[in-house]
Design a protein around this ligand. Structure first.
Ligand code: ZN
Length: 293
């Protein structure tokens, strides 16, 4: 698969912010402040990240670069080798646990065996980690890094109060986000992270997938989880343990959100799998709620 990088924007987006788009795979974001530049995510390979840095050279050359890894999902940080040693990389402390897990190396081996474009990827961790929140004071712009777990344990979103812009990365996703596991706890986390982002009352909410900047996506994501819970609440005991639930009428992805026309088949499959995990977590939450009632 050949992925190309291009710079992009959204209507009404301040020109200090640039969308760094790697095809349909993922968007990184570049923010230029008075004191330094910030690159949020390094794309899926060092080559893609280098392509991005070349395109940004004119905007970036005159001040230091800080890199943020929003979370340790491959499409967001496998380009780290392109910036390691020339920019400090910041991530949430929970990123280190994910990086040290044997599954991190296994995924790299698996993906490299499928696609040669991953052959130069090195798993490079952050230089600086934090718990809770962190603030980057750029002078004209402030970047507040907010821990927003639920999609993954280490996920952070970025809030820029001067512009009322939230870089939500994967905490918000169109058509739907995906919860970390089929557990009630992770479901609670993803829903409260979405509520936290909604309560920012942002003018623009920019996720890393789906190529949208509308704050309505946050509300749609919350409504989706709400609808899942409502429908699961009406099931009886035997329906709850039906392993095929995400394929039964009334419980399929398309019964909750419209699948965009022209979405490639493999992308639709990806979101059906996300939906199945979300549904599983909702069932688990329901069972636990019944037990404690
Ligand atoms: Zn992602």
């Amino acid at each position: 698969m050949d992925v190309l990088v291009e710079l992009s924007s959204y209507p009404e987006l301040d020109d200090r912010i640039v969308i760094v788009r790697a095809g349909d795979e993922v968007d990184a974001v570049f923010v230029r402040t008075e004191r330094f530049n910030v690159l949020i995510d390094t794309l899926g390979t060092p080559e893609l990240c280098r392509m991005a840095l070349n395109l940004l050279e004119e905007k970036a050359a005159d001040r230091p670069l800080i890199v943020i890894n929003s979370h340790m999902d491959w499409d967001h940080f496998w380009g780290n080798a392109a910036v390691a040693g020339r920019a400090a990389i910041i991530a949430h402390a929970a990123a280190l646990d994910r990086l040290r897990a044997p599954s991190a190396q296994q995924l790299l081996r698996d993906k490299t065996s499928q696609e040669s474009r991953f052959r130069n990827v090195e798993l490079i961790g952050p230089d600086i980690t934090f718990s809770g929140s962190m603030v980057l004071n750029g002078g004209d712009l402030t970047l507040e890094l907010i821990h927003t777990p639920g999609h993954t344990p280490d996920h952070i979103a970025i809030w820029i109060p001067e512009l009322r812009i939230c870089l939500a990365v994967d905490a918000v996703e169109y058509p739907i986000p995906e919860v970390w596991s089929k557990s009630a706890e992770d479901l609670g986390l993803i829903r409260s992270s979405l509520q936290r982002i909604r309560d920012l009352d942002a003018r623009l909410v920019i996720p890393a997938h789906g190529q949208t900047s509308s704050p309505s996506t946050v509300k749609a994501n919350l409504a989706y989880f709400e609808a899942l819970a409502d429908r699961i609440d009406r099931l009886n005991e035997s329906q709850l343990t039906d392993g095929q639930l995400s394929r039964s009428s009334g419980f399929r992805l398309e019964d909750f959100v419209a699948i965009p026309d022209g979405m490639p088949a493999d992308t639709a499959t990806f979101y059906r799998n996300c939906h199945e995990t979300n549904l599983g977590a909702t069932v688990q939450a329901h069972i636990e709620k019944r037990k404690s009632a």
